[in-house]
Design a protein. Structure first.
Ligand code: UD1
Ligand code: MG
Length: 454
């Protein structure tokens, strides 16, 4: 097979988005539209990828800096899809095929593009039959069913407008032929634009075969022109993701109420309640249960762990058979061993908590290393920040921290130590001993509450 170039058209303004942001930078499933297309393009092992940008100036290349091998070509002014592809041509070698994709058609699948590559030599256009073809270019065929041309809706006769087979815009052509055809385009049409679609009739005139190929799903070719279309395609995609999970055996309380903005991998017998959001790369081990309205981002949750409703887990590693939440917050750098309990209104940040330890109520654990079988009483706070620098708190195995304790870091609580409730611990507490810092309880005999002055 000849090497493949990919040209992604992304110069359009997206007037109907009513946004300062270029259209292709709006996100679907947590990722800019253009990034979906670039990630799909990368899977085809292309020799060269060119993005044609225009509206929004350097915002588009600036937002895509992680794609170091991609060439960004500016199109200014924007004079049509044919003119747009022409801007990329100087970057493409003749001995190749060129695939044209659209930065605002985010869900095109690699498998559909592979199929286009198998469709035959010559020009390959991706078409689809739509019950309502309004707005699309129509595929005009002869009596034998051979493709003759693509006619834009604005240039079509009423008879042609009845054609249900439409141009998705995506096409594949031998680069040298494409270069020649693009040079011949004229803008004598109703929009005064250089139409990429006119290369079809040029191919036909030259006797070059024109093949059609079709996407596996209609949603693959849906373009985004408005926030309404963006929201609709988001829901479509989320349902696709939900059914993919269901087919793998994941239990979803409601496939219409889960959002996956990234990659979610699940073991066996995972259960996910309604309203959960998964961002980035998340993996859930066997038998993990995620309670309603939890948000989990870039984290690994090991087998058998139960996350109760309204918990937030961000960039954390959670061991097996833990109990998290409800209303727990695990912030970046949290590492929990097995069978750890983190209960309601407990915030953990940049801390390790080893196996079988518990912090069940109303605590802040930041920059801490906590051993095994430790009990952190309700309301315990690690004071990790002096206003300028952060310090660590170390709590060794088998420690019991009484409720409402402040641990002023840097501080170490030795193995097996007990801290009395209500203490402010500013110096290391020795192992095995009871340490507390309280004034003695006194009773003032005969004391009266003040009463309101008349
Ligand atoms: C185009 C096709 C039409 C097809 C439809 C599918 C042409 C002439 N028509 O029409 O047959 O059914 O897509 O959605 O190709 N763009 C640029 N520079 C330009 C013009 C457009 O980069 O100068 C980009 C836009 O950002 C957009 C894409 O090309 O991503 C399509 O442009 P658009 O104006 O939406 O074309 P349509 O009229 O929808
Ligand atoms: Mg369009």
């Amino acid at each position: 097979m000849s090497p493949l170039n990919i040209v992604i058209l992304a110069a359009g303004k997206g007037t109907r988005m009513y946004s300062e942001k270029p259209k292709v930078l709006h996100a679907l499933a947590g990722k800019p539209l253009l990034q979906h297309v670039l990630d799909c393009a990368a899977m085809l092992n292309p020799q060269q990828v060119c993005v044609v940008y225009g509206y929004g100036g350097e915002a588009v290349p600036a937002a895509m800096q992680q794609y170091a091998d991609v060439t960004f070509v500016v199109q200014n002014p924007q004079m049509g899809t044919g003119h747009a592809v022409q801007q990329a041509m100087p970057h493409l070698g003749d001995a190749s095929n060129t695939l044209v994709l659209y930065g605002d058609v985010p869900l095109i699948q690699c498998s559909t593009l592979h199929q286009m590559q198998q469709a035959g030599d010559g020009l390959v256009i991706l078409t689809i039959n739509l019950k309502n073809p309004t707005g699309y270019g129509r595929i005009v065929r002869d009596a034998q069913g051979r493709v003759l041309s693509i006619i834009e809706e604005k240039d079509a006769t009423p008879e042609q407008r009845k054609i249900e087979e439409v141009n998705t815009g995506i096409l594949l052509a031998p680069t040298k032929m494409l270069r020649d055809w693009l040079a011949k385009l004229r803008n004598n049409n109703s929009q005064g634009e250089y139409y990429l679609t006119d290369i079809v009739s040029l191919a036909v005139q030259q006797g070059v075969a024109v093949h059609t190929s079709h996407p596996a799903h209609e949603w693959e070719i849906h373009g985004i022109n408005s926030k309404s279309q963006l929201a609709t395609l988001e829901r479509t995609w989320q349902l696709v993701e939900a059914h993919r999970l269901l087919e793998q055996g994941v239990t979803l309380a409601d496939p219409a109420r889960i959002d996956v903005r990234g990659k979610l991998s699940c073991g066996r017998d995972v259960e996910i309640d309604v309203g959960c959001i998964f961002e980035g790369e998340v993996s859930l081990g066997d038998r993990v249960r995620v309670g309603a309205y939890s948000v989990i981002r870039n984290s690994r949750i090991a087998a058998g762990t139960h996350i109760a409703p309204y918990s937030h887990v961000d960039s954390s590693e959670v061991g097996a058979n833990c109990k998290i939440g409800p209303y727990a917050r695990l912030r970046p750098g949290t590492k929990l061993g097995d069978e750890v309990h983190v209960g309601n209104f407990v915030e953990v940040k940049n801390s390790e908590i080893a196996a079988n330890s518990k912090a069940n109520h109303l605590s802040y654990i930041g920059d801490s290393t906590i051993g095994s079988r430790v009990n952190i009483g309700a309301g315990t706070i690690t004071c990790n920040y002096d206003g300028a620098n952060k310090y660590r708190t170390i709590i060794e195995d088998d420690v019991f921290i009484g409720s409402d304790t402040q641990l002023v870091a840097p501080v170490t609580v030795g193995k097996g130590a007990t801290i009395g409730a209500g203490s402010t611990i500013t110096r290391d507490a020795p192992k095995g001993e009871l340490t507390l810092s309280r004034t003695k309880q006194v009773t003032v005999a005969g004391w009266k509450r003040p009463s309101k002055k008349k």
